[in-house]
Design a protein around this ligand. Structure first.
Ligand code: FES
Length: 125
């Protein structure tokens, strides 16, 4: 048997926009320990070997930050707090039930455009 792949990847935006930038930041003085909280909770629950938290830069939904993306499934959770992260771990990651009320609104997360469709739109295919 080989090394098992992770069941989930959790991409947490760790971008901190400089003051004065038009977009809000996913990391500021009130939210800078969310990634650490996520990692600690996964450790406490014994999940860290199968649920991999990853620090990312901007995921392009800054206006709803702090955000994190759960894969598989393209589930984008927004306006995160420690309490929301705990619930997402318990209900989605462990329980298998997406926490719909914390997901990004559809207006900000419409269906993906396939790469071939995007190339056609750009006149490259
Ligand atoms: S700064 Fe986090 S999504 Fe852009």
């Amino acid at each position: 048997m080989g090394i098992p792949q992770p069941a989930f990847y959790i991409f947490k935006c760790e971008q901190s926009s400089p003051p004065g930038m038009p977009k809000p930041s996913c990391v500021n003085e009130n939210t800078r320990d969310l990634f650490q909280h996520l990692g600690q909770r996964l450790m406490e629950k014994g999940l860290i070997a199968t649920v991999q938290p990853i620090r990312t830069s901007c995921l392009n939904r800054c206006q709803l930050g702090p955000v994190m993306l759960v894969e598989p499934g393209h589930h984008m959770y927004v306006e995160l707090t420690k309490e929301k992260i705990d619930r997402i771990i318990d209900e989605h990651i462990i329980g298998g039930k997406v926490v719909e009320e914390y997901l990004i609104p559809e207006d900000f997360w419409d269906k993906a455009i396939s790469p071939i469709e995007m190339m056609k739109m750009a006149g490259k295919a």
